[in-house]
Design a protein around this ligand. Structure first.
Ligand code: ZN
Length: 490
């Protein structure tokens, strides 16, 4: 066995579609799923003589994101043309930002297995998206849909600070949560609103010598799972490749690869020595952007509590585990719903329990978020209060929760109407308990004798009371009564 170890180096490029009403340089609607080529105009179709006008909202959304990622915001930026030919790009160039991005030098913290790590952000800039080629049906040719042409795309580039596939996935998750919290994108990955491109290579140390494998860039990953799998595959592939050929960064080429979801492998698309010549030059049709300090101050003031801070607060203030806090905060509407119910007087422990047990379960079963279940904060609060006030137990609460999904009434009204309120009244419970004790002399005997059978007999008697009361007896009250009765009979 030779002495070999390696370090993984991953950087990410992420494209996020911004949720503006209109496109980046024209007034066409920025909407997914419409009839092909219905949201187009001479500007986004690249007709000669048309002039682009920048969408200020898109710029603001990118600035919001950059601020949340602790980036320096440029006071002066410009637009550049990135020239290339492709059927989904009618102008033959894409408007982007080359040497003066709107922001750079930021960072974001991620937590992996309880450890915090700072990932540096190299730059965030804005550009327009291209259209889409459709290869549908067996028609023998491809069709072009230009609805997406010119929609605002935010590109986020990290430094190569990620060192495991898991870290890459966590970073992607964090970013998705962040842009959703900021309200700048829905980041729906199935609809291509967030696309990931990792750059991966290895630094191998063998017998005291270091070797760097050529960088591979995996294009257009459409899910966080694909990102993690593609990175893991690349590590093994590059390691095997190096062991077989010994090709390094110095002797080999940088490559662009695609991801094959079916086989779980990356496929070589092209090798290149240098970046293609995109012939970048400033777009003469657009004026440079000069940003006022007052405008930036106003944006900064409008930033909501960021996911990292909110998650930490959910853990310390409400005793959620890291995992549960992460899940809750991932959807801002759900986290807001929780805090609304709390402000309406729901007892915090009970509400936490409801959120991570049955509300999460119903949301999972329906493939929606808890906020999308359609149960309002007042009704969730009311249900939690019934438990907090000992009027119902958690079993009844779970049954009531299911009813709330289809019935618009307040849980307290349903509980009254259906006679579900918990029996805490000692005298009526005592009567029931007495009958059970008389009918089960053997269990009473066991319950009084210390030993193995004692616990079992105790449980049996409690179970009998629950059965008689259809699960509505307050277990604490029954427990106290039973202790008292057994002591008396001694
Ligand atoms: Zn247009």
């Amino acid at each position: 066995m030779s002495d070999l170890n390696y370090k993984v180096i991953i950087g990410l490029e992420i494209h996020v579609q911004l949720a503006t009403q209109s496109k980046l340089f024209c007034a066409c609607p920025n909407r997914f799923g419409d009839e092909p080529n219905s949201n187009v105009c001479p500007v986004c179709m690249g007709s000669p003589g048309t002039l682009p006008v920048m969408n200020k909202k898109a710029y603001e959304f990118a600035v919001r994101t950059a601020m949340a990622m602790n980036c320096e915001i440029a006071r002066y930026t410009k637009w550049d043309r990135k020239s290339y030919y492709y059927p989904d790009l009618p102008k033959n160039y894409q408007i982007s930002q080359y040497d003066l991005p709107l922001s750079q030098n930021g960072n974001i913290e991620i937590t992996v297995a309880g450890e915090q790590k700072k990932i540096r952000i190299r730059r965030i800039h804005l550009e327009e998206d291209a259209g889409k080629l459709l290869h549908e049906g067996n028609v023998g040719f491809s069709q072009v849909d230009l609805n997406r042409t010119g929609t605002p795309l935010m590109e986020i580039v990290t430094e190569p600070d990620l060192s495991t596939p898991e870290e890459a996935r966590v970073f992607g998750t964090e970013l998705r949560t962040l842009v959703r919290t900021l309200g700048v994108s829905e980041a729906n990955m199935q609809q291509g609103q967030m696309r990931l491109e990792p750059n991966i290579n290895l630094v191998i140390t063998k017998d005291g010598k270091q070797y760097k494998t050529p960088i591979a860039e995996v294009k257009n990953l459409g899910s966080l799972r694909a990102l993690e799998r593609a990175c893991a595959y690349e590590i093994q592939r590059q390691l095997a490749d190096w062991e077989k050929t010994g090709v390094t960064m110095e002797t080999g080429f940088k490559s662009t690869r695609g991801w094959d979801e079916q086989t779980g492998t990356t496929v070589l698309q092209r090798e290149k020595e240098e970046a293609e010549d995109y012939r970048y030059f400033p777009d003469p049709d657009l004026v440079p952007v000069v940003v006022e300090k007052d405008w930036l101050d106003a944006i900064r003031k409008s930033l909501p509590e960021l996911p990292i801070a909110r998650r930490a607060r959910f853990q310390t203030q409400f005793c959620f585990s890291e995992k549960d806090a992460t899940t809750l905060v991932e959807d801002r509407a759900t986290a807001d719903l929780f805090e609304q119910a709390l402000s309406l007087g729901a007892p915090v422990k009970v509400l936490c329990n409801h959120f991570i047990s049955f509300w999460a379960m119903h949301a999972n079963q329906r493939g929606v978020s808890i906020a999308e279940l359609g149960v309002s904060a007042p009704r969730m609060a009311s249900l939690a209060k019934l438990v907090g006030d000992n009027k119902i137990n958690n079993t009844t609460a779970a049954a009531l929760a299911e009813k709330l999904l289809t019935c618009p009434d307040d849980p307290a009204d349903i509980a009254q109407r259906e006679n579900l309120m918990q029996v805490s009244d000692a005298s009526s419970l005592e009567k029931i308990l007495d009958e059970i004790l008389i009918a089960n002399a053997k269990a009473v005997e066991d319950a009084r004798t210390p030993g193995k059978k004692q616990q079992k007999a105790f449980g049996f008697i409690l179970g009998q009371v629950m059965q008689k009361t259809r699960g509505q007896a307050n277990p604490q009250v029954v427990n106290q009564l039973l202790q008292k009765k057994l002591a008396e009979k001694n």
